[in-house]
Design a protein around this ligand. Structure first.
Ligand code: SF4
Length: 556
């Protein structure tokens, strides 16, 4: 129910989240409106303080969707860090890097661009504003609005600002507004908090496999001298193997970003079973590998960021259209798992959603069937075929024994069908095994952080420029703290203290009782969503803090 005192602002189309999917969609919609002489009120809301502030990704851009959207993109100042010459794939043992003699066909990125997703989305945001689209930054979507039947989406309520820790209004209190729209398009990125509600309420994931994720931590490193990549060699390197080893999913990358900057990152699939796993430690171990260290250890980390990526693939894609709304990009799990790329896929999905929304507005039918041009466009696209080919890849990689390579090989030669189709995925929250069955192996710890090339979690938070006002309701809801201190501590050793890349969760001994108790540092939160996904009891719910808070990425 809407509060009668709350401001209501109507739009024709509202995009939630200013990532590449939404921005490409908003620009496409404006192009269609202009070409057809139709006045449309289009809005994009973004929880970050500016467009790009929360955008972090590898990132290699296949420019196919961008060429479609803006054929003159190069003349319009498209920001890129390097043109990919060619890729190399390595398998890391504990001390060697073995170069693959050939690349899988989908890993050829020659001619694509290495970009900073933060810079790229900021540029798209500027183009959107210049085109007359309303881009509202610092506004977090807090709640989906439905009509009185509960079967139609009518917009989004933005979060209140200026509440104290107990949720009482302070003197600078600003009530959130109800942004209504004929069509609301959700492009919140992986594990969108509004999408979670929407999916349950509208049954979007019925008969789908559970979405699964990887947590990626990326750094931009500045080097004193150029020369990591020779002018005629590969400037994009992908790594498998150490430190995750041969039977865990994930891997690392090194990308050229201009002459003296390197993008380095490590992704850990969240389907791991070991309660001691720490994705941040995997990044540090990767950076300590002799092959990596030798090339870039003279450098200094100048920015760091973390985010989860949806990697479940084709069988996890939800229903894309419903009455009054569409889901796009990583929110819908639209990601090219085989090519390790999602930006062009997200942009295409946003553009198809925009075309469907325009058609629906023209015909006056914004029901699920009136918006069906979007799922149809996806179904008949080349992108769908690419995503379909990788439909069983993540499930094969989740096998923790040599049989995974048999599955992968069979899929490679059979356009994805492999030995079993479909192969089932298991939700990441269900895969942990108890500490007594999975003790931590005694490995050499990674080199201690020196604050320059190797930075610890808190320095990483500092380098992400994350900030949250302390005196506000905690945006991380821990439903049952007793569970953390008893069952979770005994069975899993409180994995949240490790899987969070920002040291938000800490267990402290109570000075009087000696009992361990949970302490939260929500102001460190990087909005990566790992805790919402991986907690084995579903005991943590990530909600949006006040709009305008969180990381302030500029380069990642
Ligand atoms: Fe990521 Fe959760 Fe930690 Fe925030 S609290 S950084 S969302 S794991």
């Amino acid at each position: 129910m809407m509060n009668p005192e709350r401001e209501t602002i109507p739009f024709d189309v509202l995009f939630v989240g200013a990532g590449p999917a939404s921005l490409a969609g908003a620009i496409r919609l404006k192009q269609l409106a202009d070409a057809n002489g139709r006045e449309l009120e289009i809005a994009v809301i973004e929880k970050g303080s500016e467009v790009g502030a929360h955008a972090v990704s590898g990132a290699i851009l296949d420019p196919c969707a961008l060429k479609h959207l803006l054929p003159d993109f190069l003349d319009r100042g498209f920001p890129f860090e390097a043109v990919v010459r060619w890729d190399a794939l390595y398998y890391l043992t504990s001390d060697k890097a073995l170069r693959a003699p050939m690349l899988p066909r989908y890993l050829h990125n020659g001619g694509n661009y290495v970009i900073s997703l933060s810079r790229f989305t900021r540029w798209l945001g500027t183009l959107a504003e210049e085109a007359g689209i309303n881009v509202f930054c610092g506004f977090a979507g807090k709640e989906v609005l439905y009509d009185e039947t509960g079967k139609r989406v009518i917009g989004v309520r933005t979060g209140d600002k200026g509440l104290d820790k107990e949720g009482r209004p302070k003197t600078n209190f600003e009530q959130g507004a109800d942004l209504t729209a004929e069509v609301t398009i959700f492009g919140e990125g992986a594990r969108g908090s509004l999408f979670k509600d929407l999916a349950v309420r509208m049954g979007l994931e019925t008969n789908r496999m559970p979405q699964v994720y990887e947590t990626g931590i990326k750094e931009v490193i500045e080097l004193p001298e150029p020369g990591v990549f020779s002018a005629d060699g590969p400037n994009v390197m992908h790594f498998l193997g150490d430190p995750l080893g041969p039977f865990r999913a994930g891997g690392g990358f090194l990308y050229e970003m201009g002459e003296k900057r390197i993008g380095i990152g490590y992704l850990t699939a969240l389907g791991y079973t070991e309660p001691w796993m720490d994705p941040y430690e995997m990044l540090l171990r990767f950076k300590c590998h002799p092959f990596i260290r030798e090339r870039i250890s003279s450098g200094k980390v100048i920015e760091q960021g973390a985010r989860t990526v949806s990697v479940g693939g084709f069988y996890t894609i939800p229903k894309l259209a419903m009455n009054g709304a569409l889901v796009i990009g990583a929110s819908a799990g639209i990601h090219d798992v085989l090519g390790l790329k999602g930006i062009h896929a997200a942009m295409y999905s946003g553009m198809w959603a925009a075309e469907a929304a325009f058609e629906a507005l023209q015909s006056g039918d914004t029901s699920e069937s009136g918006l069906s041009a979007y799922p149809k466009a996806f179904e008949s696209s080349r992108l769908r075929s690419e995503i379909f080919e990788g439909r069983n890849t993540t499930a094969a990689l989740a096998k923790r024994n040599p049989v995974r390579y048999l599955f992968l090989g069979a899929q490679y030669v059979s356009a994805g069908k492999g030995l079993r189709d479909p192969m089932w995925l298991h939700a990441d929250a269900t895969t942990l095994e108890p500490v007594n069955r999975r003790p931590k192996p005694s490995e050499r710890p990674p080199t201690s952080p020196d604050g320059v090339y190797m930075v610890d979690k808190l320095t990483g938070v500092y380098l992400s420029k994350t900030h949250h006002r302390e005196d506000q309701p905690c945006h991380l809801i821990v439903h049952d703290r007793k569970l953390c201190e008893t069952t979770c501590a005994e069975r899993y050793g409180n994995p949240c203290t490790r899987f969070c890349p920002a040291q938000v969760y800490e267990m402290h001994e109570h000075p009087e009782t000696g009992r361990k108790e949970l302490r939260l540092n929500p102001s460190n939160c990087l909005h990566c969503k790992t805790c919402d996904i991986k907690d084995p009891f579903g005991n943590i719910t990530w909600t949006c803090p006040e709009g305008g808070e969180g990381p302030e990425y500029r380069l990642v």
